[in-house]
Design a protein around this ligand. Structure first.
Ligand code: ACM
Ligand code: ZN
Length: 556
């Protein structure tokens, strides 16, 4: 450990020790509030508000979303403190948390939070803003508020502050790949909970890929009965064919449509939109194992146990579009989100080059080559989804051969695809592998669990500015969001998934929320020390290496 890291480590130990003895120190004497993501404007005053059995939440209107927003605090207190904070319509006096909706505020997600010794006042345009104020209060409370068992002898206090806060981007996302490894409904809910804790608002649910189809489609039941299970899985590192080892146990699972509805409803209460990803035309082998007639060769195929990019993709024959429209029709009905993610990445053109039907399609539609066929494919799907009132998001390969009208690009191969799309007046979500691929190593590979590769310590995630300087102000308006991606080829358990995601996802959240000019990595680390105490009380597995590992590449 070098001197700087040793100091950081000692500081962490010091903060932890203090938190054990006293719950009163949060933010006191600090010029910065211990909230992640960092609020836009914040003034810390002296004194604190203390929660007790008499504290009540007062809402000015009866509104279901507002009740959900406010109830989050009540749920936390009920389990950790053993008393409730009832949500009521009218009251006067002290010890109240008064929530008001103010339609004249400019931003849907903005909140104003005023904590005084005898009263908390929250104002927001929408219930979502009230919810975010509640999350800020939650982070200011002693970390024991996260406990699912009653904790005795704690002063449940928050410092007096005046906060006015709103996010930099309207889309703040996190992706979870449930195809390579399957995560239970409860685990997906916890993933959403943690997102909401960090004021992220979009859960990108990667539901289909070569290694497993994970969403029930009533019209095509074999997608899950066949496509939901693989017979073998690559064990260990991706090595040359003769050296590969296989785990020959059947692996799989899927979400029923009822499960999907339950997760969407759960997320909605936390103001998180769920966007499903249905991959096409590539990463389709699980679907083709179930319905080989929609490939170019006719198959047969097995649900893949090997990671990577595979040559067999959906054929551009007419019947394939009918099949995909059947699937996407059900998906559109299930998901209330404005967007459906259609993948579009890593679709090799080898099979299309050799397929009579695909070559006929190219001729008939007057297309130049297979790249324009990819554009035709995506545009056709996008038009179908538009007829269902939806818009598409696709990975940056959808730029190939021309973007579908109205398509939003998710830039993963660095930022260049996003820049190009913004220059073409298309909306962009930045999710560059160089900054937010949370499956990459976050510390020294020698001491970390096996990962897909890369090196992405938390400071690197934090350093991202998703709106590149080379864009004009008008082009820059097209950068609507920022997202972290968690691919799970080498992540078998949910505990490992959280270890890879956190605390880097906290950095993703701050980049997505806080103005670039306000970001400061050293101060972020100090705030993270307190937030990590919340993680500890939640009982989640997360990575602590940033406390001690040298920032080797920072000055390169
Ligand atoms: C991707 O990582 N293939 C989007
Ligand atoms: Zn074909």
């Amino acid at each position: 450990m070098n001197k700087m890291n040793k100091m950081k480590f000692l500081f962490y130990v010091f903060v932890s020790a203090i938190l054990c003895f006293s719950q009163n120190i949060i933010a006191k004497g600090s010029s910065e509030i211990n909230i992640i993501p960092l609020p836009e404007k914040c003034k810390i005053n002296s004194g604190s508000f203390v929660f007790n059995e008499k504290t009540k939440i007062v809402l000015d209107v009866k509104n279901e979303d507002l009740i959900h927003a406010a109830s989050i605090l009540n749920e936390l207190f009920s389990s950790a403190a053993g008393f409730t904070i009832p949500v009521i319509e009218q009251a006067s006096g002290s010890g109240l948390i008064v929530c008001k909706l103010n339609p004249s505020l400019t931003n849907d997600e903005l909140y104003k939070l005023s904590i005084k010794k005898n009263k908390i006042q929250i104002e927001a345009k929408k219930p979502q803003g009230i919810f975010y104020a509640m999350q800020s209060i939650r982070q200011l409370l002693p970390p024991q508020i996260e406990s699912n068992q009653k904790i005795q002898n704690i002063k449940w206090e928050v410092p007096c502050v005046e906060i006015e806060d709103s996010p930099r981007y309207i889309y703040r996302g996190l992706m979870l790949d449930c195809s390579r490894h399957f995560f239970t409904k409860g685990e997906v809910k916890q993933y959403i909970d943690l997102m909401a804790f960090h004021k992220m608002n979009t859960f990108h649910w990667h539901l289909t890929d070569d290694q497993g189809w994970r969403i029930e489609i009533k019209k095509y039941p074999k997608l899950t009965t066949v496509g939901g299970y693989r017979n073998r899985t690559l064990e260990g590192a991706y090595v040359s064919p003769s050296k590969r080892k296989w785990d020959n146990t059947v692996y799989g699972g899927f979400y029923t449509q009822e499960d999907v509805k339950e997760i969407i409803a759960y997320a909605k209460k936390r103001f998180v939109t769920v966007i499903p990803e249905i991959e096409l035309p590539g990463h389709a082998i699980a679907a083709l194992a179930a319905y080989p007639q929609y490939s170019c060769s006719g198959g047969p195929f097995e649900v893949e146990g090997l990671w990577g990019v595979h040559n067999d993709i959906f054929c551009s024959r007419e019947e394939t579009f009918e099949f995909l429209e059947g699937i996407l029709g059900e998906v559109s009905e299930l998901f209330p989100s404005q967007y459906i993610h259609i993948g579009g990445d890593e679709a090799p053109k080898l099979r299309w080059k050799r397929c009579y039907s695909c070559q006929e399609r190219i001729k008939k539609e007057g297309l130049k080559d297979e790249h324009e066929l990819q554009s035709y494919f995506v545009t056709r799907i996008s038009k179908f989804l538009a007829s269902k009132g939806k818009r598409i998001i696709g990975w940056d390969e959808i730029l190939e051969g021309g973007l579908a009208p109205d398509a939003t690009v998710m830039s993963w191969q660095g930022m260049k695809g996003g820049i190009e799309a913004a220059k073409q007046n298309h909306d962009v979500i930045m999710a560059p592998n160089s900054y937010v691929y949370l499956d990459y190593y976050q510390a020294n590979p020698k001491t970390e669990p096996h990962a897909i590769g890369g090196y992405l310590p938390i400071w690197k995630v934090y350093s991202c500015n998703p709106t590149p300087k080379e864009l004009t102000p008008d082009e820059a308006k097209h950068i609507i969001g920022f997202q972290g991606n968690l691919w799970t080829e080498y992540i078998k358990t949910f505990s490992h998934a959280l270890y890879m995601a956190y605390p880097r996802a906290a950095a993703v959240a701050e980049v997505g929320w806080t103005a670039d000019s306000q970001k400061n990595y050293d101060k972020f680390q100090n705030r993270l020390m307190v937030i990590m105490k919340h993680y500890d009380m939640m009982g989640i597995n997360y990575n602590k290496t940033f406390l001690t590992e040298e920032r080797k590449e920072e000055n390169k």
